[in-house]
Design a protein around this ligand. Structure first.
Ligand SMILES: Cc1cc2nc3c(=O)[nH]c(=O)nc-3n(C[C@H](O)[C@H](O)[C@H](O)COP(=O)(O)OP(=O)(O)OC[C@H]3O[C@@H](n4cnc5c(N)ncnc54)[C@H](O)[C@@H]3O)c2cc1C
Ligand SMILES: NC(=O)C1=CN([C@@H]2O[C@H](COP(=O)(O)OP(=O)(O)OC[C@H]3O[C@@H](n4cnc5c(N)ncnc54)[C@H](OP(=O)(O)O)[C@@H]3O)[C@@H](O)[C@H]2O)C=CC1
Ligand code: HEM
Ligand SMILES: [Fe+3]
Length: 477
């Protein structure tokens, strides 16, 4: 990631132009950092403080006055004070009338107060034009030069002129203002910096559940069963063999879960006969975190490939091979070459390699720098078509790996089938439903629904069935 050093904000202003005077209430961390950045961009800064005489560490060139005196010097007042201390504003009602008051505050918790901080200020000072901005920029980023992701400034407010002026200030500071509409958006803007990887929660929870479940499943089958049936100590399997079952199984299941919401959405649309009804919230959320699910799946696939690479150097594998050879030599027998086994073995490895290659391709196209270079159709081709091909290849890799043992009663241990058999349930279900959905008769109806057609059972007054005009609103097609 590109990192800009101090003073490396791209400044859009002409350096010979002197900017206006901006007032900042509060001489704390954020007030000082913002002032420093603004002074560098040729603004004049006047601080409003409880104790103008005691203020220290202020950037050179800034003036410090009382709140009242400072507010009189500027049309734009930036409120760099915590919400809990906003009471003093009430005494400034008169002087702040008609001025632009920028609320930059954040809370400690999501939805800490019933109303957003910006709306609270607007209630305290009905005469001021309150604008919410800068809360997603940290004091540290302002001082050290922002990282790309930190440059966005979400701005909202009810007075469009006030909002425009604040956006101009943000632009002059080299930041990217994004208009989010009226002050009603303030709550969302305030919650934004408090979120902790919202789109990654579901993928991480699912991964944890899958890993724990399959860990215990494999421990029962691969460690407890051999111990109970012959006092064999197989605990060494905990290091490589069992992780190399859990990781590929998690990869395959998560990959299938990336494509499952798409088929559920299609079934819902077919069932409802319209695309104009919202999906349930859980499905919406699931759809929105498919990228993260896919990337976590790719991570597990990587681990599987790494674990697979070390198989030939494992002591257990070398010992087993050597011992088998010696046993055969002593017994003067040999193991005839089986073309069928060679085919099965080579095929499942080849399918795994091809599946992994496409998996990586999906991961690469999801990088913003790559996805920005391809158009919507190309992106959908890779993500949807090649994505399904990846799922087919990885499922086939697992099935062929099972080979002749697949579903054979002899591989049951305490009536439990091999872990990969269970892991195949979701991918096979997704592929079968998808196959049904692309049958021409069903695909035709689905395509019509997605082009805006609606099926309705209610006849109109003149006995005809309602049909919505087929404007193609679905940009996904
Ligand atoms: C490694 C990896 C990386 C990935 N990276 C990305 C990524 O960067 N970006 C990304 O988006 N996905 C990413 N994915 C997830 C996945 O590949 C895509 O979401 C893919 O487009 C899903 O294809 P689909 O055919 O199942 O779904 P879709 O075709 O998107 O959806 C199924 C159906 O639902 C309908 N539908 C979808 N959304 C709506 C809606 N809001 N309203 C009405 N109808 C709707 C569509 O019309 C469609 O017919 C990634 C996956 C992996 C494995
Ligand atoms: N720090 C950061 O990175 C970010 C901070 N913010 C927001 O900026 C605001 C200020 O944060 P920050 O600068 O870190 O906080 P600080 O605690 O460092 O500074 C707050 C300032 O508020 C003033 N203040 C006014 N009344 C009171 C009072 N009764 N008690 C204490 N202080 C008072 C003080 O200035 P004085 O003594 O001059 O009166 C004080 O220095 C907060 O709302 C925060 O959510 C937003 C984004 C990032
Ligand atoms: C370079 C690519 C790959 C290679 C070389 C490879 C190789 C292998 C090998 C050798 C095994 C048998 C492991 C053992 O005997 O313990 C295996 C099993 C398996 N692989 Fe792969 N694989 C690859 C990619 C993938 C991918 C991308 C997926 C799925 C997303 C996958 C899913 C599985 C599954 C589910 C199993 C069965 C695990 C078990 O129950 O033991 N593989 N693979
Ligand atoms: Fe702070």
């Amino acid at each position: 990631m590109e990192k800009t050093s101090t003073g490396a904000f791209p400044s859009t202003m002409n350096s010979s132009e002197k900017q206006e005077t901006v007032c900042i209430f509060g001489t704390g961390d954020f007030g000082r950092s913002l002032a420093l950045r603004m002074l560098q961009c040729d603004y004049s800064i006047v601080f409003g403080s409880r104790n103008p005489q005691k203020s220290s560490l202020l950037p050179n060139g800034a003036e410090v006055l009382s709140y009242l005196e400072a507010a009189q010097k500027s049309d734009i007042i930036i409120l760099a004070v915590h919400r809990e201390h906003y009471d003093f504003l009430k005494e400034l009602t008169e002087v702040l009338k008609g001025k632009i008051l920028v609320d930059i505050s954040n809370n400690l918790k999501i939805d800490q107060y019933p109303e957003s901080n910006a709306e609270y200020v607007a209630q305290l000072l009905p005469g001021a034009h309150v604008v919410k901005a800068f809360n997603t920029i940290s004091a540290w980023a302002l001082q050290s030069g922002a990282l790309d992701a930190n440059r966005q400034v979400f701005v909202c407010g009810n007075d469009s002129k006030a909002k425009q002026r604040v956006m101009d200030v943000a632009r002059t500071l080299g930041l990217t203002p994004l208009d989010q509409g009226s002050l009603m958006a303030a709550k969302e803007i305030e919650n934004y910096p408090l979120q902790l990887f919202p789109m990654w929660k579901l993928p991480f929870c699912l991964s944890a559940i899958l890993c724990v479940f399959f860990f215990f499943y494999c421990v029962i089958r691969d460690i407890l069963y051999p111990y109970a049936n012959g006092k064999k100590d197989s605990t060494f399997r905990l290091a490589i063999s069992i992780p190399n079952r859990i990781f590929p199984i998690a990869a395959l299941t998560l990959l299938a879960l990336v494509y499952l919401p798409g088929v559920i959405a299609a079934i819902l649309q077919l069932y409802r006969g319209t695309k104009y009804r919202r999906f349930p919230d859980w499905l919406d959320h699931w759809m929105l975190c498919r990228k993260q699910l896919g990337l976590v799946a790719l991570g597990f696939a990587f681990l599987h490939v790494l674990y697979t690479l070390v198989i030939p150097i494992r002591y257990y594998v070398r010992w087993t091979l050597k011992n088998r050879t010696i046993t055969q030599a002593l017994a003067k027998t040999d193991d005839p070459f089986s073309t069928a086994t060679a085919w099965l073995n080579d095929s499942y490895i080849a399918l795994g390699i091809l599946g992994f290659f496409l998996f990586v391709l999906l991961g690469i196209t999801s990088l913003p720098s790559v996805s920005n270079m391809v158009n919507w159709r190309e992106f959908r081709f890779v993500q949807s078509k090649l994505g399904y091909l990846t799922l087919i290849l990885c499922t086939a890799h697992t099935m062929v790996y099972g080979g002749k043992r697949f579903l054979s009663p002899s591989s049951l241990r305490w009536y439990l089938p091999s872990a990969y058999v269970i892991a195949l349930i979701i991918p096979c279900t997704v592929l079968v439903i998808k196959f049904i959905l692309i049958l021409p008769c069903i695909d035709k109806t689905l395509t019509r629904i997605r082009q805006g057609w609606e099926r309705t059972s209610k006849p109109t007054s003149n006995g005809q069935y309602l049909k919505r005009s087929s404007i193609c609103l679905d940009s996904q097609l």
